[in-house]
Design a protein around this ligand. Structure first.
Ligand code: MLT
Ligand code: ZN
Length: 455
C-alpha cells in the first residue's frame, strides 16, 4: 500500500491532500522565498492522528514538515522537496478558560486572533502579539519562540507556555497540560520544545498563561532626526513610564514604502529620519503620565522633532498601522532577504548607522529597510533588489556576530540560517543540540534541514 493510502486509512482519506492545486498553498512561504514540493499534505484531527502520521511516515522513510499558519520567515514550515506537510489547521479547539488560574489550553492550530477573541471578553489577555495575528498559530508561536511587540512587558512565547502536548517522532504522546505553578521534576521538556522549530516533536496543544486585560492604551509616535535620538528618547522614557508595553522603531525609507503601498497620509508634517512608536497600557488611563513624560523628554533630547498621540482607539490603530504595515509593504515591493538580528544596546547606534553600508558593499544598489523592536535591540533588516541573497546574509550576519549580537532574535534559524548557526552558538552548544536531536528523532523524521544543515 502507498503511504498516501495508509495515511488515508489512518486519519480519513479527505484529510490527505494530493491535488497540486490544493497543496500549492502549503508549498511556498508567504514571502515567496522558500518553496518545495510536498509528497502530500495531511490534516490530523488530534494527537492520536499525529502519532499515526508520524509512525507511518517513519515506516516509509518520508520526512515530515509541520506547518501552522505559514507565516514563518525562515523557511522552517515549508517542504524542501518530498516531505509530508503536517498541517495543524484542524487542531483548533479552545478549552474552557480558567479565569482564576489565568490559563487556557488551545490546539496548536488556533490563531492568535482567535485566542484573543475568546479571552478578552473575560477580562484576560495574551502576552504575545504581532501583525500576523490573523494567520499565525499558537503552535507556530511556540515552535519558533515568537517575540513580537510586547516582549518588553511579557517576554517571549516561551514565557507564556505553562504546559503542552506534543507527539514525538516514534508516535508517542508527551502530555504535560496540567500546569502547576511550582513543578520541579526533572528536565524542562516544555521549555525545550519551545523554539525547537518542529525538529524535536509535533506540538498539538498548548496550555498558555493569560494576563489581566489592560483596558486603557495610550500610544505616541515620536519623530526624531536620527536613530541615536530615538535610542536616547527610549532610554529617557523607560524609567518614566511604568506602564510601557511597546517601543517600536522604523525609519524614513520604511515609512515612505508603507505610505506608497497603503496610501496612508503622512503621520505628521515634515520628513524625519527615525520614528519611535511607544505604547503604555494599564487598567487606568495613563495618558497624562505619558504626556508629562514626553514633555520632559522633549527638553532632554534635542533630536526629538515632533510627537503625535493617538486620540482614541481609531487613532491608536492608525499609528500602529505605520509600523505593522512594514512587512506587507516590503513584500509587495519584491522578494526580500529578511534578516532578523539582535544587537546589544551598546552597539545599536553603530549597527543602525553601518548596516546599510554593510549591505551595499555586497549588493550595490540594494535597498535596506530596517525596522524592529528597539527595546530588545531586535532589528529586522530587509534587503530589496539584491541578486546575491547569500552574500547579503553572509555580510549582515557576520557583521552582527562581530558586535556580539544574535543572528536570529525571534524568527528562528529555519532553513535560511543553518550555515551561520555557529556565529551565535558555540561548538559545545551545537554538539549538545545535535545530541538532543539524535536522541528524540534518530531517524531524522522531523523537519530535516531545519536548524542544522542536512546530513
Ligand atoms: C514584525 O516585527 O513585524 C515581524 O517580525 C515581521 C517581520 O519581521 O517582517
Ligand atoms: Zn518582529
Amino acid at each position: 500500500m502507498t503511504l498516501e493510502a495508509e495515511l488515508g486509512e489512518a486519519i480519513g482519506p479527505v484529510q490527505v491532500l494530493t491535488d497540486p492545486s490544493v497543496t500549492a498553498s502549503y508549498e511556498t512561504d508567504w514571502t515567496r522565498h522558500f518553496s518545495g514540493q510536498a509528497r502530500c499534505v495531511v490534516r490530523p484531527g488530534d494527537a492520536r492522528d499525529v502519532g499515526s502520521v508520524l509512525r507511518l511516515c517513519g515506516r516509509h522513510g518520508v520526512a515530515v514538515v509541520t506547518q501552522g499558519g505559514n507565516t514563518g520567515l525562515v523557511g522552517g514550515g515549508v517542504p524542501d522537496g518530498g516531505e509530508v506537510v503536517l498541517s495543524t489547521s484542524r487542531l483548533s479547539d479552545i478549552g474552557p478558560v480558567d479565569v482564576a488560574a489565568g490559563q487556557v489550553t488551545v490546539g496548536a492550530g488556533v490563531t492568535l486572533t482567535a485566542l484573543q477573541e475568546v479571552v478578552r471578553p473575560l477580562g484576560l489577555d495574551f502576552g504575545v502579539d504581532f501583525a500576523a495575528r490573523d494567520s499565525a498559530t499558537i503552535g507556530g508561536l511556540v515552535s519558533t519562540n515568537a517575540g513580537g511587540e510586547r516582549v518588553l512587558r511579557y517576554g517571549t512565547m516561551r514565557q507564556q507556555v505553562v504546559g503542552l502536548e506534543a507527539v514525538l517522532a516514534d508516535g508517542s504522546v508527551l502530555s504535560r497540560l496540567e500546569a502547576l505553578p511550582k513543578e520541579n521534576t526533572g528536565y524542562d521538556l516544555v521549555g525545550l520544545l519551545a523554539g525547537s522549530e518542529g525538529t524535536l516533536a509535533v506540538i498539538t496543544a498548548v496550555r498558555v498563561r493569560l494576563w489581566p486585560l489592560l483596558t486603557h492604551r495610550t500610544v505616541a509616535l515620536l519623530a526624531l532626526d536620527s536613530t541615536s535620538a530615538a535610542l536616547q528618547a527610549l532610554a529617557e522614557l523607560k524609567p518614566r513610564l511604568g506602564a510601557l508595553e511597546a517601543a517600536e522603531l522604523f525609519l524614513a525609507d520604511g515609512l515612505a514604502l508603507v505610505r506608497e503601498h497603503t496610501g496612508l497620509p503622512a503621520p505628521m508634517a515634515g520628513e524625519h529620519a527615525a520614528y519611535l512608536l511607544v505604547e503604555c497600557a494599564d487598567r487606568v488611563d495613563r495618558g497624562d503620565e505619558m504626556l508629562e513624560a514626553l514633555e520632559e523628554v522633549s527638553g532632554l533630547v534635542p533630536g526629538l522633532a515632533d510627537i503625535v498621540m493617538g486620540a482614541d482607539e481609531r487613532g491608536r490603530r492608525g499609528l500602529w498601522r505605520y509600523r505593522e504595515a512594514h512587512t506587507e509593504s516590503i513584500n509587495a515591493t519584491g522578494v526580500p532577504v529578511k534578516l532578523d538580528v539582535a544587537v546589544p544596546h551598546s552597539h545599536l547606534e553603530r549597527a543602525l548607522e553601518e548596516l546599510p553600508g554593510v549591505v551595499t558593499q555586497v549588493a550595490p544598489g540594494a535597498r535596506t529597510i530596517i525596522f524592529g523592536h528597539l527595546n530588545e535591540g531586535n532589528l529586522h533588516v530587509n534587503v530589496l533588489g539584491a541578486t546575491d541573497h547569500h552574500g547579503v546574509s553572509e555580510a549582515v550576519l557576520r557583521y552582527v556576530a562581530s558586535l556580539h549580537g544574535s543572528i536570529s532574535a525571534e524568527h528562528g534559524i529555519g532553513r535560511a540560517k543553518t550555515q551561520w548557526l555557529a556565529l551565535s552558538r558555540s561548538e559545545p552548544e551545537i554538539a549538545a543540540m545535535r545530541s538532543i536531536k539524535a536522541a528524540l528523532d534518530p531517524g531524522l523524521l522531523l523537519n530535516p534541514g531545519v536548524i542544522f544543515p542536512h546530513g
